[in-house]
Design a protein around this ligand. Structure first.
Ligand SMILES: Cc1cc2nc3c(=O)[nH]c(=O)nc-3n(C[C@H](O)[C@H](O)[C@H](O)COP(=O)(O)O)c2cc1C
Ligand SMILES: [Mn+2]
Length: 460
């Protein structure tokens, strides 16, 4: 049964013991971020609980942080388990289900327009010492292509500039940026609607890598097994999920920019501050007793790492070359195992993964044989150490698009804002057309007997 809203998901997380409630009053300026930093700074990322701050100082709106911040919680959101995650995603994604527009929804229980628009009434944290201001960190931006009407939904953090404006940073490769440039070329303003706290599957589909021209809400429907209910916005010609906690509506105008950033980005570094587009807000709507869903990102792995789990499934489906078994994506590194049947297949696989929609943000691809588990990093190091010669196994390609938040991008490409990087494929597979050293193993019969009688050796 799909969740109809984030409240049902939170109830499920409660049952699973996945939430810690902070009942003390917490200041949204810096204190709340410091609590998150300390709570999430524990070695096993799977043990980090989601945090619900019940009393942000001066407000009566709770803030729920990192609801999707572990592999387990991502699986609970999609009603699956880690072992079935990729298979379930691939199967469900095959049957795209279009959203339906319904008459009304709880996201409009309270509506503020005109002079009543005031973002400072709601708790928005300044998370880190050097952040350029308060940030809404899990906003799902709904927009349409001004020529084709194609709906795109993407997650782009919002700096709160003042009562009536929020900033955006969406790189030139982001779909919303491609869409607004079409409107600007015609001299038109660009309408947007920002949904904060829709049902968790909508959020996951928002972050997923749908192709250019694809509506993320069709994917959300597929993953839920049921259409997403949308309602018409109050002041812009767009629709948003009806059960969303908060909605911000407004317009981005050509040539209108404000200083945006710095912000503690997904890789765990402050990004650069620059002149960037912003939204002039025309309406804020919310449910009764709304919840502000947010994400705290510091050094990885963090919630952005885990919400990228679908990228692995997407790479598996879109991969064009055959033989791919499994992919482990950790930030910008992908480790893939293949069933190798011909020489040169390792590098073909690396290029294949770089060519999927997930590939744009990947920087290092490591290919291993089927006997190496890509989720076992010790195994992967064994393969790199013993199965490849760098002069032949490593391929480096220059000037390819990546994430603008990668702090290692060259000064030149930071300046020209092209976000170009070099990429590397490490082919750590054995050759197939000539003999290679055999991996050590005990005698088969002896091993079978030992496994059967394991208890008798008393090794625990
Ligand atoms: C918590 C979180 C915050 C994000 N913030 C941004 C952002 O500020 N700017 C951006 O370009 N991408 C950001 N992303 C990545 C995009 O949302 C994501 O890759 C999405 O697929 C982009 O959608 P699009 O392909 O339709 O443009 C963020 C992802 C997460 C999980
Ligand atoms: Mn998109």
């Amino acid at each position: 049964m799909p969740y109809s809203d984030i409240r049902e998901f939170i109830a499920r997380l409660e049952q699973e013991g996945e939430i810690a409630h902070i009942k003390a009053e917490v200041d949204v300026n810096y204190e709340l971020g410091a609590v998150c930093y300390k709570a999430f700074n524990i070695p096993d990322p799977e043990k980090r609980k989601a945090l619900i701050f019940e009393k942000p100082k001066g407000h009566n709106v709770p803030i729920a942080v990192n609801l999707l911040g572990t592999r387990k919680r991502m699986c609970l959101a999609l009603d699956t388990v880690p072992e079935r995650f990729h298979g379930d995603w691939i199967e469900r994604a095959k049957n795209s289900i279009k959203p339906v527009v319904v008459e009304s929804g709880p996201c409009h229980e309270k509506v503020y327009t005109g002079n009543d628009v005031d973002l400072t009434k709601f708790p928005v944290p300044i998370w880190n010492e050097k952040d350029g201001g308060p940030y809404i960190t899990m906003p799902c931006w709904f927009a349409k292509d001004p020529e084709t009407g194609w709906r795109n939904v993407g997650m782009y953090r919002c700096q709160v500039h003042d009562r009536k404006t929020v900033g955006i940073w969406a790189g030139p490769y982001r779909h919303i940026n491609m869409q607004w440039r079409k409107a600007f070329a015609k001299g038109e303003n660009f309408p947007v609607a920002i949904a904060i706290g829709p049902d968790p599957v909508v959020t996951i589909a928002t972050i997923a890598n749908c192709g250019y021209g694809e509506d993320e809400m069709n994917l959300a429907g597929a993953l839920r097994g049921k259409p997403v209910d949308l309602v018409k916005c109050k002041t812009v010609p767009l629709e948003v999920p009806s059960t969303t906690e908060f909605v911000i509506e407004g317009w981005i105008k050509p040539g209108h920019m404000k200083q945006e950033g710095p912000y503690g980005e997904a890789y765990g570094y402050y990004g650069e501050s620059n002149m960037r587009e912003y939204v002039e807000i025309t309406a804020i709507t919310h449910r009764n007793n709304p919840i502000h869903q947010a994400s705290y990102l510091h050094r990885t792995p963090n919630e952005a790492t885990f919400t990228r789990l679908p990228w692995e499934a997407e790479a598996l489906v879109q991969y064009p070359t055959g033989g791919l078994i499994s992919v482990n994506i950790i930030d910008s590194v992908a480790i893939a195992s293949i069933k190798k049947t011909y020489d040169g297949q390792g590098k073909m696989s690396g290029m294949g993964i770089l060519g999927t929609t997930s590939g744009r943000l990947l920087k290092v691809i490591i290919i291993v044989d089927e006997d190496v588990n890509p989720y076992n990093l010790q195994d992967v190091m064994w393969a790199i150490s013993s199965r490849c010669q760098p002069e032949r196994a490593v391929e480096i390609m220059k000037d390819i698009s990546t994430a603008g938040i990668d702090p290692s991008i060259s000064e030149e490409h930071k300046r020209d804002k092209t976000s170009l990087t070099s990429k590397m494929i490490i082919d750590a597979t054995k050759p197939v057309s000539r003999p290679f050293a055999e991996a050590v193993a005990p005698q088969k019969e002896a091993l079978a007997r030992v496994e059967k009688e394991w208890e008798k050796y008393g090794i625990r």
